[in-house]
Design a binder for this molecule. Structure first.
Ligand SMILES: [Zn+2]
Ligand SMILES: [Zn+2]
Length: 309
């Protein structure tokens, strides 16, 4: 099984604490990294988690509040000092590119690699080697997006007996069929669908960024294997969540339930909570498979059919 690992680099809300850095989450699959939000100092966390500065990377920015974006310039600068050459995919609100261009110019930051920018909008925003990335509008105090990072579908289960009965010799040709590719045996073309089951869905990670819950997001995150959701406040402070356009842990749990997510991870905690166990307890009453993110936490996401066993 190809490993898919989600690592939390920063889990605080706007004010960091001694134990929580500003928001950033990394998804890693084989050589590819998707980084969601770039809180200040993110490049140190990228180094300490060995995510690499020169590899295939896509950065998704949810919105232009400082806590989610100020780390981006530092990350790009560190990559340039490391002589990165590969293009970097960047997705975010339209004004992100303007902010980057202005600050990079004022600070005389020259990049050693190109940036491929895609402006976030509802729908599919990018396809990478391993993932399809979709965005939806979040409900925050400024323009903001939520993202779903979905692993590209896998070919179906391979049935060796069927391959044998069609005269396909074991070895290279089997492996081609397993990867969903056609083969030719004794001049006859054999489609992979004749020896495999139906294609299986890939794993799906949802990331809310800062937002109020909404029906639209519940639909957007439907059947996520892992849902990472704004949990700035405890439900007793819902009035603050409403006013500042964030969610409470209970609201995050209600949304995860509606979306039929497999696991919920609460994050973006207000600095007022020295312990977040109360927030987790509250969420678990509605959605039992809930945990709290913490800086450095890594979660390996299993394929849905394996997790269901
Ligand atoms: Zn925030
Ligand atoms: Zn915000």
């Amino acid at each position: 099984m190809v490993k898919l690992v989600v690592t939390f680099l920063g889990t605080s809300a706007a004010a960091p604490t001694a134990h929580r850095g500003l928001p950033a989450v990394a998804i890693r699959r084989e050589g590819e990294v998707v980084l969601m939000d770039c809180g200040e100092g993110v490049q140190r966390r990228v180094l300490s988690e060995s995510l690499g500065l020169g590899g295939d990377m896509t950065v998704l920015i949810t919105h232009l509040h400082g806590d989610h974006v100020t780390g981006l310039l530092g990350l790009l600068q560190t990559m340039s000092l490391a002589q990165r050459r590969k293009p970097l995919n960047l997705v975010g609100p339209e004004k992100l590119l303007k902010w980057l261009e202005v600050t990079a110019e004022l600070l005389h930051v020259g990049l050693t690699f190109p940036i491929r920018f895609s402006s976030a909008r509802p729908g599919v925003v990018l396809r990478t080697g391993a993932f399809r990335i979709r965005a939806a509008r979040a409900a925050h105090s400024i323009e903001a997006f939520s993202y779903v990072v979905e692993e590209l579908g896998r070919p179906g289960v391979f049935y060796p007996e069927k391959a044998k009965s069609l005269g396909v010799p074991e070895g290279k040709l089997w492996s081609r069929l397993q990867k969903g590719r056609q083969v030719t045996v004794a001049g006859k073309r054999i489609e992979p669908s004749r020896v495999t089951g139906p294609p299986r869905p890939g794993r799906k990670i949802g990331y809310s960024g800062d937002t109020r819950p909404s029906g639209r997001l519940a639909r957007f995150f439907s059947s996520s294997d892992l849902l990472i959701f704004d949990s700035t406040f405890k439900d007793s402070e819902r009035d603050k969540a409403v006013e500042r356009k964030h969610s409470t842990s209970l609201e995050a749990a209600e949304l995860a339930k509606k979306a039929k997510a497999r696991q919920l991870v609460l994050t973006h905690f207000s600095a007022r909570y020295t312990s977040v166990s109360g927030l987790v307890r509250e969420a678990r009453r509605v959605f039992p498979n809930t945990i709290a993110a913490s800086d450095g936490l890594s979660i390996e996401v299993a394929y849905p059919e394996i997790a269901a066993r």
